[in-house]
Design a protein around this ligand. Structure first.
Ligand code: ATP
Length: 198
């Protein structure tokens, strides 16, 4: 009998350590699909998306072949309808891209999809399990200020726009604490052993 492959989501707020945790899973040869990176790549390059996004916002919304994300943000900031139309263009194509990637994964008991807005987008519904990566807010702020050269206020504004960490925790099957105290690698190995066995 062919065992079904488990689809695991990894989410967490800005600066929580999602990518860091995924990099550890990668060393254990777990296939990882980074939804944010792929969506960005498809938004810049997929002919159907490019054509329809240009129709929605005007031809100059792409500069040197890249979507002007600042401009898009300013357009959709106060216009939920426009945001919905944008999502309706992008989401089905990204979902199909993920499914194609999924169909190519062989010889593994589980795969991971990393997505910052997994619950917000409803992406968790297509997955079997969800892991939330957590860290205290003051540590996340410090990390992102350092990594992205942002002010505390700018980081706080981004945090305010995301689902609160406690809410993500409540809705998850597993938690990985990526703080300054707990060791992260042993937590990943323990989870890997559990997921690889199931
Ligand atoms: P984002 O949603 O903003 O992309 P993320 O959740 O993917 O963030 P990472 O990029 O993994 O988070 O981590 C944010 C920053 O914090 C990185 O610079 C990373 O090197 C650092 N970092 C992550 N985990 C730890 C840790 N346990 N100890 C020290 N630094 C860490």
């Amino acid at each position: 009998m062919i065992e079904a492959m488990i689809k695991v989501g990894i989410t967490g707020g800005i600066g929580s350590g999602k990518t860091t945790v995924c990099n550890i899973f990668k060393t254990l040869h777990v296939p990882i699909y980074n939804a944010d990176t792929e969506a960005r790549q498809l938004t810049d390059n997929h002919p159907e998306i490019v054509k329809r996004v240009r129709e929605l916002f005007g031809a100059d919304i792409y500069k040197d072949g890249l979507l002007d994300r600042k401009k898009v943000a300013s357009f959709v900031f106060r216009n939920k309808d426009l945001l919905q139309q944008l999502n309706a263009i992008i989401h089905p194509i990204v979902a199909a891209h993920f499914n194609t990637w999924l169909s190519k994964q062989k010889d593994c008991t589980y795969i991971i999809k990393e997505a910052a807005i997994l619950f917000e987008s409803g992406g968790n519904k297509q997955l079997d399990k969800v892991i939330t990566v957590t860290a205290p807010q003051h540590i996340r702020i410090k990390r992102v200020m350092l990594r992205d050269k942002l002010s505390e206020e700018e980081v706080l504004n981004r945090i305010k726009n995301q689902m609160p960490q406690e809410e993500k925790v409540k809705r998850s099957d597993y938690i990985i604490q990526c703080n300054d105290i707990d060791l992260v690698i042993p937590q990943v190995i323990k989870l890997h052993e559990e997921l690889a066995r199931s």
